[in-house]
Design a protein around this ligand. Structure first.
Ligand SMILES: [Zn+2]
Ligand SMILES: [Zn+2]
Length: 965
């Protein structure tokens, strides 16, 4: 069966008949099921991670559509930010920000714009091929002016609540990109690296301290030229230790650093405060430093611990958060030794122009020459790198715009309580913990390609250096257009930078602050911006906020999930139409990574995965989707392998296909479905009970968004259907004792398949649709996806029967194991099975099923399960005939005969085989469903097929001939 071909047919069918559109329009007037799509960057090709998230989304949304909701879906594209800028820089060979300024912002941004949609076609093609239903034509993009206007509106709301401020602070900073990063961006790029770790001698000033040093530790030697103070903890105990004729001060707990030394004195950190020391270098000796009272002295700080280092901390105010706060408290001068590219400034004459981290070894060497180095070693520690360009980040003091997230921590935590996380542990775990330590969000980027900050600040009149402090924040284009009396066509840089106006307070010039938004602010604003809220679609958005459901990867707990949550929480602090105190989403499924079989990342370099297209072409999208839905519990990492997909394809898709084929082959002639079926046979009653149970289970799991559990139920039902129901009911279809019997079985299997396809439709959208169309009656919906998800008929669920059947199957499995152990094939009839389950004594039908399954003449009750393995001559003869019948069936198949084709069988064998056959000929002909069996060897040309086979180690020749009627 060519599933990929079948799927292409279905894709055409959906397209041609506008099934997706109908799935929404059909539900007009019904409540909405609201979904937000996390916009991907379409600058790279789609990979398995995208396919995984898209499968989860599509499955959930198809399910709720079938439950009767309106489920509008649109895709969106993330267009702005460093990922795109870095791509262009690489392509144009631009090394840093200066290079961009030299080229011109206009040219640079036009280039960025030109690549944003480079892979959109690949994305769309892949998503469509996976079967992801969405409104592709009306996709949104974060670069649309409408989108940006809504981002401004969101920002203005946050501004009006007094939660935005500008501050000079130490932030993680990428010197290559020339911009600060937010703390969650930093979390994306930690790496284990080997760094220099040095212990230094700081000589204490004053004749009474001759040859006494502070022992100081650092892993960032490049910060040493900026050292302005040392810090100790006044509450900690310190020691004076003599070693190798030098005396050192360090925390008592760190004594072992000076092993072999002699302790001279113990004292508290308080005693050290105010001591002066000799600077390591003299680069900073300007007027400001000379006048600073506290420069190069020992200051108190409670962040100093004696758990690591030496308990004496080197302070460079511009290059550490604690350092900066301490510097501010003690009025230390704020002097940068590095420029914005992270290179030493002229004042650090020895290394000027050198990148900070590159200067590390030279700084260490210099200190060694000055005899100020006590010890040097390498340490392995995790260090943050830029998630986009891979440069080591520096902690660097800068002016930056912040959102006071720490002020709304309580509300963030309270709103998280309203969200269902799948898997559940993320709620209080990864996400909850992240909220507990929520920090203010540095949301401005000193970059070019992004939504510009709508903040205009007074610069004062010509010749004045300072403005009057007036600030104008625009929450819409109109607001700005009114002031400047011109239209805003493109809100991007550099055009927006040209918008200037007079300060209404002092008559000075109002200029835009040059930064753009962090692209995570933009994607976090998508619930509002995708609909150009509140300028358009006001009522629609307010009806569909918050989202009922979203789904993305685990990395988004600190990315998109977080920014959605922060922005929604702020916007609903007051009810401005979106409700009060609401999260942005109510249910979220979080998936893990897709790794290779051995748990390695999928990488082009390793070549450890097949392209998605190859998988689609070989097994189809359903196989891949179902593999992703069932192979791994949600939240854990996937071990992807082609074999895994192939197994799914065989186990699930082929099984379903074969079950359908069985129905088509053996259904009664002129079959027409009845409205109601009243199954009598135990097999039918059982499988229908299982089906109704399945509906109930899938609904239960899907309502809890336990998508793996729901998907797996489908497969276990299929196993019951094909491995038990169909196998055990074969005879009722092939050689029914009464017409009524065949009718009941045909009706039951038809009902089963049709209902099953409606249950499996969200999980296996293609094959479910294909088979539904094959089985559909005219009056029924045009597509399985336009059907309602079937309601469980509780009166047909028979728990007791299911339990008894389970027992019977358990006995069957054990008895078959005994047969296998004795080396007796199932085709060889045996006399008796003794079982130990008296509760089955009255279950005649079940016992008959067991007898057929196990090929035994009778079942008796006793204390233990026992199989009589004695083969009498009569049993042996019977086995022989069965084997022959099987061989004939195989030849039929090989000759591609249909079940309705009638045949003559010719055979030639020794007397040992001929005798029993002639004796039981009448019965054999009936059982094997042939016209006749004749002892005669015919010429090959007269036959359809011939073969010599072994039966019980005896040779027998068989030939088949088709008859006309
Ligand atoms: Zn960077
Ligand atoms: Zn002013």
């Amino acid at each position: 069966m060519d599933f990929p071909k079948l799927e292409r047919k279905i894709l055409n069918f959906w397209e041609k008949n506008q099934i997706f559109k109908k799935s929404i329009s059909k539900r007009r007037g019904r409540p909405y099921f609201s979904f937000y799509d996390g916009p991907p960057f379409a600058t790279g090709k789609p990979h398995y991670g995208h396919i995984l998230a898209t499968t989860i989304k599509d499955t959930v949304l198809r399910y709720w559509t079938m439950r009767g909701y309106q489920v509008p879906r649109r895709v969106g594209w993330d267009c702005h930010g460093l990922p795109v800028e870095n791509l262009i820089e690489k392509e144009m060979g631009i090394k840093n920000k200066k290079g961009i300024e030299k080229l011109g912002i206009e040219k640079f941004n036009l280039s960025c714009r030109s690549v944003v949609f480079r892979c959109v076609n690949d994305f769309e093609k892949t998503l469509r091929r996976v079967g992801r239903w969405a409104d592709y034509k009306n996709s949104y993009a974060t670069l649309d002016p409408d989108y940006i206007e809504s981002v401004w509106w969101v920002f203005k709301k946050i501004w009006d609540m007094g939660l935005v401020y500008k501050d000079y602070r130490v932030s993680p900073y990428c010197p290559r990109c020339g911009t600060p990063l937010s703390n969650f961006e930093v979390n994306l790029g930690y790496k284990e690296v080997k760094d220099n770790s040095v212990y230094l001698r700081f000589r204490i000033k004053g004749p009474e301290f001759k040859d006494i040093f502070f022992l100081v530790w650092t892993t960032t030697p490049w910060t040493l030229p900026a050292n302005l103070a040392l810090a100790v903890n006044p509450e900690i105990q310190y020691l004076l230790i003599e070693k190798d004729k030098k005396r050192y001060i360090l925390a008592g707990k760190r004594k072992k650093l000076l092993e072999g030394g002699k302790v001279l004195k113990k004292f508290s950190g308080k005693k050290l405060l105010g001591l002066k020391y000799e600077p390591l270098f003299d680069f900073l000796f300007n007027k400001e430093v000379k006048e600073a009272e506290n420069a190069f002295s020992v200051l108190p700080a409670d962040f100093v611990s004696d758990e690591e280092g030496t308990g004496v901390v080197h302070i460079a105010p511009m290059y550490g958060d604690d350092d900066f706060q301490l510097g501010k408290k003690f009025n230390l001068p704020l002097i940068h030794t590095l420029d914005l590219e992270g290179r030493f400034k002229k004042m650090v004459s020895d290394w000027s122009g050198l990148f900070a981290k590159e200067a590390d070894p030279l700084i260490i060497k210099k200190l060694e020459e000055k005899s100020l180095l006590y010890k040097e070693e390498k340490v392995l520690h995790s260090y943050p790198f830029c998630w986009r360009c891979d440069s080591p980040l520096l902690y660097y003091a800068l002016e930056c715009w912040y959102i006071a997230v720490s002020k709304i921590k309580k509300q963030l935590i309270a709103n998280n309580k309203k969200i269902r996380w799948v898997p559940g542990h993320i709620k209080e775990g990864r996400f909850g913990k992240w909220l507990l330590q929520a920090r203010d969000w540095a949301f401005s980027r000193n970059r070019f390609w992004g939504a510009p900050l709508p903040i205009w600040q007074c610069q004062g009149k010509k010749g004045e250096n300072k403005g009057c402090g007036n600030v104008k924040v625009a929450g819409s284009f109109k607001e700005l257009e009114k002031i400047v009396k011109r239209k805003i066509k493109d809100p991007h840089r550099p055009y927006i930078d040209e918008i200037e106006f007079n300060c209404p307070k002092c008559g000075g010039k109002m200029k835009r602050t040059p930064e753009v938004f962090d692209c995570w602010f933009e994607s976090g604003s998508m619930p509002y911006a995708q609909w150009h809220y509140p300028f358009e679609n006001k009522r629609f958005l307010e009806k569909t906020f918050p989202a009922d459901f979203i789904a993305e990867g685990l990395d988004q707990t600190r990315g998109w999930f977080y920014t959605l949550h922060v922005i929604a929480t702020i916007l609903t602090l007051k009810d401005i139409g979106l409700g009060k105190n609401r999260p942005a989403f109510l249910n979220v499924i979080v998936n893990g990574l897709v790794l290779d079989e051995k748990g390695r990342k999928l990488s082009k370099k390793l070549g450890n995965y097949p392209e998605p297209k190859e998988i689609f072409d070989r097994y189809g999208a359903d196989a891949l989707r179902y593999f992703l839905l069932t192979s791994t519990p949600i939240g854990q990492d996937y071990r992807f392998s082609e074999k895994g997909v192939q197994d799914t394809w065989r186990r699930t898709l082929l099984t379903l296909w074969n079950s359908y084929l069985f129905f088509e082959t053996y259904k009664e002639k002129g079959f027409s479905p009845k409205k109601r079926i009243i199954p009598k046979n135990v097999l039918n009653r059982w499988i229908i009970s299982r089906l109704e149970q399945l509906k109930q289970e899938v609904i239960f799991e899907m309502e809890r968004y336990e998508i793996t559990k729901a998907a797996r139920k489908i497969n276990s039902f299929l196993e019951d259907l094909s491995n038990w129901y169909i196998r055990r009911s074969r005879d009722y279809f092939k050689k029914p004792k009464q017409k009524r019997e065949k009718d009941e079985f045909s009706q039951t299997l038809y009902y089963l398949l049709k209902e099953f396809l409606k249950i499996s439709a969200p999980f296996l959208p293609f094959i479910s649709e294909y088979l539904y169309l094959e089985l559909r009656e005219k009056k029924e919906p045009q597509s399985v996806h336009l059907s309602d998800f079937p309601k469980p008929k509780k009166n047909l669920i028979d728990g007791k029967l299911e339990e008894k059947m389970r027992l019977a199957r358990e006995i069957a499995a054990k008895a078959l194991a005994k047969r296998a152990k004795a080396g007796i094939k199932v085709r060889q009839p045996l006399l008796e099975l003794q079982i130990n389950k008296p509760e089955l004594k009255k279950e005649k039908e079940l016992l008959n099923i067991l007898k057929e399954e196990l090929n035994v003449k009778k079942i008796t009750f006793g204390r233990t399960l026992k199989l009589n393995t004695k083969i009498t001559p009569e049993l042996k003869e019977e086995g022989l005939l069965r084997e022959l019948s099987r061989q004939i069936q195989q030849l039929r198949k090989k000759a591609r005969l249909k079940p309705k084709d009638k045949i003559f069988v010719y055979y030639f064998a020794s007397a040992q085989l001929k005798k029993p056959l002639e004796k039981n000929k009448k019965l054999f002909v009936k059982e094997a469903q042939i016209k006749d069996i004749i002892f005669e060897k015919k010429a090959k040309k007269e036959l359809l097929i011939e073969k010599e086979v072994n039966i019980c180690e005896k040779k027998i020749w068989i030939g088949l001939k088709k008859t006309k009627n």
